[in-house]
Design a protein around this ligand. Sequence first.
Ligand SMILES: [Fe+2]
Ligand SMILES: [Fe+2]
Length: 268
Amino acid sequence: MTPIDQPIQLAAETVMGEWSILPSWIPVPGMGALPVNAFVLQGCEPMLVDTGLAALSDDMLARLAAEIDLEDLRWIWLSHTDADHIGNLDRILALAPNATVVTNFLGAGKMGMIGAGDPARTRLLEPGEVFELGGRRLHQLKPPYYDAPETMGFFDETDRVLFVADAFGALLPGSGEAIEAVPEDALREGLVAWSTVDAPWLAQMDQGALGDTLRALNTLQPAHVLSGHLPVAHHVEILTGIVRAAYGRGTTDAVSQATATQVEAILA
Ligand SMILES: [Fe+2]
Ligand SMILES: [Fe+2]
């Protein structure tokens, strides 16, 4: 991994099939580097997931335009309204005349308060609503932890891609494209460090409830885990295992009835 001393936007990389990642990294003095990712889904209804950092706006727009013709962009899924996720929203909306923002009632309300986005170009998802686009079904999913209540992750049943917004973010030694390049200890320490900062309430969460939520993610068996703050991962059980060991020892590895019901609801 490469130590960094200033924010950097990297070129898009294919995750699999029609999914790609637009990675950027910001230095966190004394602690390493934090990934800040957006994602692109190609296809007949192309979608951007989050919009990157305003501090890297020109580079982000250039990398995005190299990946997709902005005239073709149909949807912009916003995980939540933090600055590192909507940093380039208005600029992209101006350049992508056919794009509509996908968010929920609270997300739209918070954007309205800061004058971001455009209510006339917003698609509000109802709680639990399955978002259908280009022959795919994205199941809304509340990540196991988050830092803003409007947060919406999703599970793409076609490619088994799980998007978890801020969850599983990690402070890492330096920039790099593959999670396989991150030493095991560095991943564990960096993930716990960032989650402690970003979601301090994790330490107060009921351990059984946390264990249920983490096991539910394992049960989904995603092929790819997309986090806003981690290189693309492929083994969710490694990530859930780190969180469970740090915050909730859980009880057993058995899937409880509550967990099974939760997973069925996600997949309904
Ligand atoms: Fe956030
Ligand atoms: Fe974030």
